[in-house]
Design a protein around this ligand. Structure first.
Ligand code: ADP
Length: 373
């Protein structure tokens, strides 16, 4: 399976399209050429990154992929059915918080289907020609993975409609009365979209996906297995307590579990004899300011501010952002989902409320709470 990525860095520039420098570029009108040139958007960054040892912790097949049992079962059936029909998989949309394994699943699906996976992200597809270039470069059965798909600009999104439904690319060439539409047939491909905000997706786009699947937060025992697997791959000795200690603080998220594991591994190499135990993991994570429920100082600052300044709420998102110096999107997409999941925050029509559990966790008396649901 080949992986090709396209990044916003390459596409956000004003530098000339490398393809337009070639003598061949004169054969077609410039706009048409630029719209249909795959070289405009692809590079090999993820291919390189994924071969680095640290990246090899990404699960390579459905068996390696821990947790999300129901979703794996569904994918297993869909993949087997598509393979027996010798047709590409239906388009898939994965939604859930960052780091829950959406990209990993797309790569696993490509590997299981034996096809190429092209990875890109909506911010890299600012101009219609970015997505058009990628689409025409797809081979039959290939997977196109678009991360943060809710951030696609409208013009780019509209190109995807006919591509997803009829494997056809409609491009408008020229302007005004001279404008004409050219249709280009595309290979039958599978689009896998990933988003942290399903509600921000337009319904025409959402309706074109055959599967819409939610990735949930992971249980502690699942994260313990992920940490143990990562330790094995990175040749580090860890006992069950050490893995559980890291898992408990990983906010239900594999990416965070792996990140915390690496910090604990550093600490253990320097301060201990190299083996990660429960008490060493605990000491290391305290040093890194991650508390036993996985809250970092921004979570604590957010909750403390809500308790001390607003009697626990209700507090609007804008106020939460202003008081912590984070932007509203980060609060909504990074901090809030986990705090809601563990029952430290409640969402109400009037704003967010801190729950008694969060009061107790932070050492405040629940008596001081003004408004608890
Ligand atoms: P997302 O695309 O949802 O942000 P990724 O697929 O990039 O998340 O996953 C982040 C990291 O977490 C991966 O590099 C992988 O190592 C690990 N990971 C995610 N899900 C799993 C899983 N189910 N089992 C094992 N490791 C996982």
């Amino acid at each position: 399976m080949a992986i090709i990525s396209s990044s916003s860095k390459e596409n956000n520039n004003n530098s000339p399209n490398p393809a337009s420098k070639s003598p061949k570029s004169k054969e077609k009108p410039p706009q048409e050429k630029s719209l249909l040139t795959p070289e405009a958007t692809t590079d090999e960054k993820i291919t390189e990154a994924d071969t680095k040892p640290e990246q090899s912790i990404r699960p390579q097949n459905l068996e390696d992929y821990i947790g999300q049992k129901a979703l794996k079962e569904l994918l297993h059936i869909a993949i087997a059915a598509a393979k027996s029909r010798k047709s590409p998989l239906d388009h898939l949309l994965f939604y859930g918080s960052a780091g829950l394994g959406k990209t990993s699943l797309a790569l696993i699906i490509a590997a299981e289907m034996g096809v190429q996976c092209k990875i890109t992200s909506a911010p890299a597809l600012e101009r219609p020609r970015d997505v058009a270039g990628l689409l025409v470069s797809l081979q039959p059965g290939d997977i196109l993975f678009i991360d943060e798909i809710h951030r696609l600009p409208k013009v780019t999104e509209e190109i995807l409609y006919s591509a997803m439904e009829d494997y056809r690319l409609d491009v408008t060439i020229g302007k005004g009365t001279a404008a004409r539409i050219r249709s280009v047939s595309l290979s039958k491909f599978t689009l896998i979209g990933a988003t942290t905000r399903i509600g921000a997706l337009s319904s025409p786009l959402r309706d074109r996906f055959g599967f819409i699947q939610h990735l949930r937060f992971y249980e502690i025992d699942e994260l313990t297995k992920i940490v143990t697997r990562t330790a094995k791959l990175l040749e580090t000795v860890i006992d069950e307590d050490g893995a559980t200690e890291i898992a408990r603080r990983a906010r239900g998220t594999p990416r965070i579990a792996n990140r915390l594991f690496k910090r604990v591994r550093d600490y253990t190499q320097v301060k201990a004899n190299g083996e990660i135990t429960g008490s060493i993991a605990n000491d290391a994570l305290e040093l890194f300011n991650v508390d036993p429920r996985g809250l970092d100082w921004i979570d604590r600052k957010l909750l403390t501010m809500m308790i001390e300044n607003f009697g626990g709420g209700p507090v609007g998102l804008d106020t939460m952002a202003a008081s912590t110096g984070e932007d509203t999107q980060t609060i909504e997409e990074v901090y809030e989902p986990y705090l809601l999941q563990i029952g430290y925050l409640n969402r109400t029509p009037r704003g967010r409320l801190v729950t008694p559990a969060a009061y107790r966790h932070l050492g405040f008396s629940v008596m001081h709470q003004k408004d608890v649901v």
